[in-house]
Design a protein around this ligand. Structure first.
Ligand code: PDD
Length: 283
């Protein structure tokens, strides 16, 4: 069944959607994106995603195709037109099409595309049994706080993890974990403290991360924002990751070492529940 997608002002069947070969998203990865989850036909945490989109635009001096409030309205319309109940909306903004030149073009019209992806997000196998991750060197660029479509290093790491029989890669720089290939990474120490790397240009400032840390503090759980090593993670009581598409998902094995009894940890399960409850309340 063909989806209805959005391209530069038009809702079209996906087969009819076109972007120029001169688009700078295609030629330079001069593009940013957001993924917003959808549950029960409703976009979740979209204010956070729109705020980060604005920040990414600003950091790259990229003109906005329209105010984010209008982008959000188009996302709602796309969900409606596809009758999407559960999954996500992907949106991408590029600096637009112009003859190939490293300098930013003057007067190019930004490209805006959006599409839906239908998939289970509430009940997933990963959330029940947990993920096995392997470490990989973090080969990405120095501005990971900007959500650009330069995803090849992350894609390589995830493919290598998959080829090694694991589910995902945790990326390591100067001996410390930065984040997962497409998610933020956490451990829970044996004394029950949640540890995740502090915000900087080294990691994406996850929308889910911000909400989960706030909910954790409200639930009187101790949170420490600092780097951790793979060895510390392997010795932790439990581990988990967060993202818009995975919410809170337990990690049960790191580089072949099982955490605890190898089952999803209590803190991760509880945080997933609290997070899902908070989304339901927000509706
Ligand atoms: N990935 N870190 C990286 C490198 C990410 O790509 C993502 C999101 C996150 C989590 O951010 P958030 O909670 O705002 O989704 C952290 C999206 C889901 C993706 O690329 O599909």
């Amino acid at each position: 069944m063909s989806r209805i997608v959005y391209v530069n002002g038009e809702f079209l069947p996906e087969e009819e959607a076109r972007v120029s070969i001169f688009d700078r998203g295609f030629l330079f990865a001069d593009a940013i994106y957001e993924v917003t989850p959808v549950l029960d036909g409703r976009l979740l945490e979209n204010e956070g995603h729109m705020a980060r989109l604005e920040r990414s635009l600003r950091e790259l001096a990229m003109p906005a195709p329209m105010p984010v409030s209008e982008i959000a309205a188009l996302m709602e319309e796309l969900v409606r037109r596809n009758d999407l109940r559960e999954g996500s909306v992907y949106l991408q903004v590029t600096r637009g099409a112009a003859d190939r030149d490293f300098l930013y073009p003057e007067g190019a019209t930004p490209t805006l595309v959006m599409f839906t992806q239908a998939r289970d997000v509430r009940e997933t196998r990963a959330s029940r049994v947990g993920l096995r991750v392997v470490s990989a060197p973090d080969l990405r660029w120095g501005r990971r706080d900007i959500k650009t479509v330069q995803l090849l290093a992350a894609s390589m790491a995830k493919q290598a993890a998959h080829d090694a029989g694991a589910d995902d890669a945790w990326l390591v720089q100067d001996g410390f974990v930065t984040e997962g290939s497409s998610n933020n990474a956490y451990i829970v120490t044996r004394d029950g403290t949640i540890v995740t790397r502090q915000l900087s240009n080294d990691i994406l400032h996850g929308v889910t991360r911000a909400s989960v840390l706030k909910l954790a503090s409200e639930a009187q759980l101790r949170v420490e924002e600092r780097p951790f090593t793979i060895a510390e993670a392997q010795d932790a009581a439990e581990a988990f990751m967060t993202s818009a598409s995975a919410f809170v998902t337990p990690v049960v094995e790191i580089d072949g070492v099982k955490l605890g009894d190898g089952a999803p940890g209590q803190v991760a399960r509880r945080l997933r529940e609290i997070y899902l409850d908070s989304l339901a309340e927000a509706g």
